[in-house]
Design a protein around this ligand. Structure first.
Ligand SMILES: [Zn+2]
Length: 119
């Protein structure tokens, strides 16, 4: 697998941090471990990132015109972020602020390959 761009590395870190907060608060596994369900969601998110046509130019997922998540996964990730998002500012202020800044960027007009038929 090619080396990730720093932007994507950070995105992976951010998602992992949020997933850990969510799992600890709701499922209570010790030692920052993810339960099977959360691990599954995290793996899925990482796989979507691998396949994201924008790669390092990607907008935040909330601003992305491509809806690449499966419907149930999209809902699961949204719930997870709704829970963990506000806590990120306290626990991981650097990641949180950088993600907020990313959120101000627009999606580039042309992805590397054509995936979006609905826009
Ligand atoms: Zn969990």
């Amino acid at each position: 697998m090619p080396e990730d761009h720093p932007r994507l590395k950070r995105e992976r870190k951010t998602i992992f941090a949020m997933q850990k907060i969510y799992c600890r608060d709701l499922h209570g596994l010790p030692g920052g471990q993810l339960c099977a369900q959360c691990q599954g969601l995290f793996d899925y998110a990482m796989q979507r990132l691998d396949r994201c046509p924008y790669q390092e130019a990607k907008p935040t997922c909330a601003n992305c015109p491509i809806h690449c998540y499966r419907k149930d996964m999209r809902e699961a990730v949204r719930q997870m972020m709704r829970h963990s998002g506000p806590k990120m500012l306290l626990r991981h202020p650097v990641l949180a602020v950088k993600h907020l800044l990313d959120g101000r960027k627009k999606a580039p007009a042309i992805p590397r390959r054509r995936v979006n038929e609905e826009a």
